[in-house]
Design a protein around this ligand. Structure first.
Ligand code: F6P
Length: 547
């Protein structure tokens, strides 16, 4: 149950308490009556395509700026239909409306969840005046920085971690072709000085702008790095901290105490990992300028509208979230790999890790009851084709089935069409290979030059067999521009929301990060004193070694 600001309650039923959950569980175990295939555990994609020439069209969805081919997934209309009716039984659509309209969707912190308001056009979303007030001020500020002749700025250093780092870092890398050509962007997150040192080594303090980005302005890593950067700035003869340090935070007081006078605020109803759309997006706005940043917001807003308005049969984030539940809870897949075939998206898997795993890595439901089923999969990946030469071996022939998500971009921003054709061919080939596989008979017909002559051909063939039938989704983007990136990221946000809504968990808190922070603060003085009393044997032994 979540409560709207007007007190209305929205029904939320946990997925496993719906009849559809029980039905889907049966279908995974037992052969299906009347179907050409056995149980869904044996579902064969190759057979499914042979049986249904319309499968690609039937399982493709077009959302704003994102086309998705869901046909190479281990499902059919029956499963999709049952998942959609399970979503209805869980009240996913009501929960969606509750979030969009400002209900307390993060009950353990008593907060609304309104990152969608950050990208709503002026006058259309909740808190519009406040949101657009900060946005206008921030964009006016970015114009000043981007006027490099006047501002003198050449290097922008974002100091932040988690949601105050990954989103801006991912977006600035992704949209590299549109980034101001005379500005360089650096992202320092780790409390490891090896992160800060190589950045500072090349900076001129008078030409540098430091953005201290922290929702709470209490995060150890960010404050330590910000203080170190400030000390370096002063030691290098830097003057005018107020001009060279800017803060992005909900804690304006703490930023002022640091000595920062220019701050851009946001609100507790914006979660860290959902915050790139507001002030945390300052580096993106400096990099792209006003038009680019507004395009990013427009793309995300278009996806919000799609998620809110598209029929379930055509609703991409909804179907992706349900497919995730199907794979995790019914087919038992514990991980999902993301392979963006665009080097600009190299930080996208890391961004998605926080978005999905910090949101849905929970083991109790909203009421605090232990869950009898699995939640967030492990999300991981690398850009293609690099991943192909590293871990794809395991995707093709390993013992686990890992659904893969390919992201293909039709139009590049570089001028080498030949490279791009090769990239796209690789992308298509991988999803094809995962699905088609290679039988032992096919393998036996081949004589690879590097195969050992001392191994019997039938044994060799077994090493070179691919089971195939490995599922994948392919997203196609026309171009990687701000609008498209906005839509893509918002699609993932809503997908994570959908699976969380079925699982009945709070996707917007992150209590699991607390314990380590507390223990770190307790260990810090022990590193100085060497006092190991009361510590477990391993921690005590390691602490002694590290002093
Ligand atoms: O420790 C986890 C976390 O709270 C994330 O949720 C958040 O994005 C990150 O730390 C940084 O927090 P802040 O922006 O408050 O520094």
């Amino acid at each position: 149950m979540s409560t709207t600001p007007h007190g209305a309650q929205t029904a939320a039923v946990r997925g496993d308490r719906t009849p559809q959950w029980a039905e889907l569980s049966d279908w995974v175990q037992a052969p299906r009556a009347g179907g050409s295939q056995g149980s869904y555990r044996q579902y064969d994609l190759r057979q499914a395509f042979a049986d249904n020439p319309q499968r690609f069209t039937q399982f493709s969805l077009q959302a704003p700026a994102v086309f998705a081919d869901l046909s190479k997934n281990l499902w059919d209309e029956q499963v999709r239909g049952r998942l959609l009716s399970m979503a209805q039984a869980c009240g996913v659509l009501q929960q969606r409306e509750a979030m969009f309209t400002g209900a307390v969707a993060n009950p353990t912190e008593g907060r609304a969840v309104l990152h969608t308001a950050l990208r709503a056009p002026r006058g259309q979303g909740l808190h519009s005046e406040a949101v657009h007030g900060v946005l206008d001020r921030m964009l006016a500020y970015t114009q000043g920085v981007r006027d490099v002749q006047k501002s003198g700025i050449r290097d922008v250093v974002n100091i932040g971690i988690g949601g105050s780092d990954l989103g801006p870092q991912m977006a600035v890398a992704a949209l590299d072709a549109q980034v101001h050509p005379q500005l360089r962007f650096h992202f320092v997150s780790n409390v490891d000085g090896h992160d800060l040192a190589p950045v500072l080594r090349h900076l001129d303090p008078q030409r540098s702008l430091f953005i201290v980005a922290s929702k709470t302005f209490t995060t150890q890593e960010t404050l330590a790095n910000a203080h170190a950067a400030k000390a370096w700035f002063l030691a290098q003869g830097g003057t005018d901290i107020a001009r060279h340090f800017v803060g992005v935070t909900t804690n304006l007081q703490a930023a002022a105490a640091f000595g920062i006078t220019t701050t851009f605020g946001f609100w507790d109803w914006v979660g860290g990992r959902y915050s790139l759309w507001g002030a945390i997006g300052l580096p993106i706005a400096i990099a792209l300028g006003e038009d680019g940043f507004r395009d990013l917001l427009r793309g995300a807003h278009a996806m919000d509208q799609h998620f809110q308005q598209a029929e379930p049969q055509a609703n991409l984030p909804l179907q992706l979230g349900l497919l995730d539940v199907w794979y995790r809870n019914f087919l038992g897949f514990s991980s999902r790999s993301v392979a963006p075939y665009h080097q600009g998206l190299r930080r996208f898997p890391a961004y998605l890790q926080q978005l999905e795993m910090e949101s849905n890595g929970k083991s109790v439901d909203v009421q605090g009851h232990a869950l009898p089923y699995a939640t967030s999969p492990v999300v991981w990946g690398e850009p293609g084709t690099n991943g192909q030469h590293a871990y794809f071996q395991m995707l093709h022939q390993g013992t686990d089935v890992i659904p893969v998500e390919f992201i293909a971009v039709k139009t590049p921003t570089h001028g080498w069409p030949d490279l791009h054709r090769k990239l796209l061919a690789n992308c298509l080939a991988q999803s094809q290979a995962l699905m088609l596989g290679k039988s032992a008979e096919e393998a036996a017909l081949e004589r690879p030059p590097t195969a050992s002559a001392s191994i019997a051909p039938e044994v060799m063939a077994r090493h070179r067999t691919f089971a195939g039938n490995r599922p994948s989704t392919t997203f196609v983007l026309e171009a990687l521009d701000p609008y498209t990136l906005g839509a893509l990221v918002a699609m993932y946000e809503h997908r994570v929301f959908t699976s969380a809504a079925v699982w009945g968990i709070n996707a917007f808190d992150q209590w699991g990060v607390e314990l380590g922070k507390v223990l770190c603060n307790q260990l810090l003085p022990r590193l100085d004193s060497g006092n190991t009393s009361g510590l477990d044997g391993s921690t005590a032994g390691l602490l002694k070694m590290l002093r």
